[in-house]
Design a binder for this molecule. Sequence first.
Ligand code: HEC
Ligand code: HEC
Length: 246
Amino acid sequence: MMAADPAAPLDFNLYMQGKYVYERNCIVCHGLRGDGNGEMSPTLKPKPRSFREGMFKFRTTPHGMLPTDDDLRRSITRGLSGTAMGMFSHLSAEELDAVITYVKSFSRRWRKAENHALAVPLPSPPEWFKTSVDLKTHAQSGQNLFGLNCAACHGEKADGKGPAAMALKDIWGVPAAPSDLRQPHLRCGDTPADLFRILATGLNGTPMASFDQTLTEAQRWDIIAHLMSIRLPSGPVLGAAAPTSP
Ligand code: HEC
Ligand code: HEC
């Protein structure tokens, strides 16, 4: 597939349809000007994204690059678990295309070819993910690697409380809390492949970098095995006592 052509003329009808979809579904949070300052915004944490900087966290493209349309489609239809951004699964394929066109109109970054990139090829999880004994061995090695590469921010227990956590900010000037990686549902998705994608691409605009150059593919899968092994069960948590740490 080709990267989107930034020089292609804007499809005006699609843009107008997108404006309509946006005003009915997105404006309360993302705001009239796409700056993230909608009516509901002041009460929300994390804050709704401003689209004006053209920075998107959840992508298949290299760090710093714009997302593909499929990336935006994934965030919009699946929602971002644990945030106010719900699943917009009721939108038709055409409405989705339209609202994506409209979201892109908020930032000039979309008009420059150098900000566009193709999705990076992402491997499938290794076979050993299917064998519990192997998974355990790899998870042990992953725990070490996690301590060395991730714990400063995410904490030794992956609960998001590393020593550096409090000092982190994102480009929107708000504190960037490292995710509690034990949660049963993460914004990026829950599968090993979803985690691998984050380690390959990083989250633009935040201190969460890409580990493409710093960790080998094998090391990344080991860390992911560790994260799968400490994941908290999903289930009724409302009103339940906070899980006690081991
Ligand atoms: C109730 C509030 C709310 C509504 C309504 C809402 N969003 Fe969001 N949206 C959010 C929040 C909060 C985030 C930021 C999550 C984060 O930074 O982790 C977000 C983030 C996003 C992102 C950025 C994803 C990324 O990779 O960084 C996109 C794209 C997006 N929303 C599109 C939409 C579209 C399109 C609609 C309407 C169809 C919509 N949102 C409606 C709250 C909302
Ligand atoms: C410099 C601090 C820092 C380091 C080091 C770091 N992270 Fe992060 N990470 C963050 C922050 C901050 C976020 C949340 C960013 C946001 O959305 O604002 C995050 C988010 C994530 C997410 C996305 C979770 C979600 O909610 O979807 C994953 C997965 C993740 N980190 C894994 C790792 C792993 C694995 C390592 C080590 C290889 C690591 N991180 C190293 C700061 C860091």
